[in-house]
Design a protein around this ligand. Structure first.
Ligand code: SF4
Ligand code: SF4
Length: 476
């Protein structure tokens, strides 16, 4: 129940406060949002797939180990892969039917990976988690165990096992619900807030209970007015809404923490080091469903959008459904897409086949005609020389010099790239997006991270005015 006093206070002051307070972070860009394509589309159930391909690796950490054999009968929610280590996650069947094969198959991020292929029996029988009935009485350890049993991982795309994230090595002060959804096109979190507000608040309170924190923030961008209005009914002394300036990558954990709490997560550090744990809306909703509805993570909400689709949608889809089947839910293509991107256009992954299955971290799938994003993800273009305009430096949210780093990696000066802190890059793509010379900065920066990460070299003593010195050397 909403605190009555707070409700009266917030009704009077919310509108004014929300207009006035628009926190943000340093750097960032303003790409066109394209959210109008799906933001008013209610969540629709996708048809039951006839076959699913469920990868055992859908999370950061060790892939799950298969615990079924070919020929076994399963139901939606049957555990088919067991977490293999501390940082790993269970995997469940998303339909009822029979295990047909266990083999390497297309994977959206790994090329191919070991997957369990299940054919539907059309019955859609369910298997629920075996837990107690009264969710409000669960202890923090019990909630964590349920989250782990349900195979919940970060559904914003990171895929970090949530039970591990909610067990930080030291006590934290705050929980932040990441409702920023700053990637263009994506509207799943926005729809969830509009359609499942109460459930999300309950999920958030579960996360806060597990962490033992008394204060939670909801970070949401100012372009989601309806969602802000819905959430404001649930604002209390315990849960505060922070309206943020719409800017990419506002939904990055570091950027969100900086905008809301003015704390900077150290490079290569984690949010708990500054006293915070962050989860996104879809993850919190999955926690609610596991704890209150005993439901393992076998389906999720995903935005299907882009100008090549006949009809953009927000769909509730069974994990493991091949993209090909899902495009039928959107009435197919207006035109053959020149780019298919899983995730948002900024950080998503280009896909080469529509056979690839939807996985836990798939917040969106974009089918693009000839947009800049489709080109960037698909074409290896000739490099244009750097104009030294400095726009990439201005845009970088972690204070890097992408121009210099890219020049260093191009010339294979790995020590220089390391000195320029290439490994602090969060791969947000803001620098590449803003670059007027259309340089493929991300490829060069990723290469630098890979090489310097695998082969740490003595970077030498840091000189005074290092950047200027190197700039002269690199540009000569
Ligand atoms: S250098 Fe990395 S962190 Fe900085 S803008 Fe480019 S991709 Fe983002
Ligand atoms: S934005 Fe592009 S052209 Fe401008 S300094 Fe950076 S790399 Fe060079």
């Amino acid at each position: 129940m909403v605190d009555r006093k707070w409700k009266i206070f917030s009704q009077r002051s919310n509108r004014k406060d929300m207009k006035a307070i628009k926190a943000t972070f340093r750097g960032g860009i303003h790409p066109p949002a394209f959210k109008y394509l799906t933001q008013n589309k209610p969540i629709k159930n996708a048809s039951l797939p006839s076959r699913v391909v469920i990868p055992l690796s859908q999370h950061i950490g060790a892939p799950a180990q298969p615990i079924v054999q070919i020929g076994n009968k399963v139901r939606a929610g049957t555990k088919i892969g067991a977490a293999a280590g501390k940082v790993s996650a269970n995997v469940h069947s998303s339909i009822s039917g029979q295990v047909k094969d266990i083999k390497n198959f297309f994977h959206p991020a790994e090329g191919k990976s070991l997957s369990i292929i299940i054919e539907s029996d059309g019955k859609d029988e369910k298997e629920f988690l075996k837990i107690g009935e009264n969710a409000d009485l669960f202890s923090t350890d019990e909630i964590k165990e349920i989250i782990a049993s349900a195979g919940i991982v970060g559904l914003g795309g990171a895929g970090f096992p949530t039970a591990v994230k909610l067990s930080p090595p030291k006590k934290v002060e705050y929980f932040i619900l990441n409702a920023a959804e700053c990637e263009p096109y994506l509207t799943t979190d926005n729809r969830l807030i509009l359609e499942k507000t109460e459930e999300i608040i309950k999920g958030m309170k579960l996360a806060m209970k597990v962490l033992g924190v008394k204060k939670g923030y909801i970070g949401i961008e100012d372009n989601k007015k309806d969602a802000i209005k819905r959430l404001s009914h649930f604002q209390s002394l315990e849960i505060e809404i922070k309206v943020l300036k719409a800017k990419y990558p506002q939904g990055g954990e570091r950027e969100l923490i900086e905008a809301i709490l003015k704390r900077r997560v150290p490079p290569k550090g984690l949010p708990y080091e500054v006293g915070v744990v962050v989860n996104n809306v879809a993850t919190i909703f999955a926690i609610y469903e596991a704890v209150y509805l005993r439901k393992p993570l076998y389906e999720r909400i995903t935005t299907f959008s882009g100008d090549a689709l006949r009809q953009a949608e927000n769909l509730r889809v069974r994990i493991g459904t091949p993209l090909k089947e899902l495009t039928k839910e959107c009435k197919g293509f207006k035109e053959t897409p020149s780019g298919v991107i899983m995730g948002g256009p900024m950080m998503g992954l280009a896909q080469q086949s529509l056979e690839v299955p939807l996985v836990k971290g798939t917040s969106g799938v974009l089918f693009l005609k000839h947009s800049r994003w489709a080109r960037r993800k698909n074409e290896m273009k000739e490099e244009n020389p750097c104009l030294h305009c400095g726009k990439c430096v201005e845009a970088c949210p972690v204070d890097l010099n992408p121009s210099l780093i890219s020049l260093a990696t191009q010339k294979q000066k790995w020590n220089v790239a390391k000195e320029l802190n290439v490994d602090n890059c969060i791969e947000c793509g803001a620098c590449e997006y803003i670059c007027p010379a259309e340089r493929r900065l991300m490829d060069m920066i990723k290469e630098g991270k890979k090489v310097t990460g695998f082969k740490p070299q003595a970077a030498g003593k840091k000189k005074k005015n290092f950047k200027q010195d190197q700039e002269l050397k690199l540009l000569s």
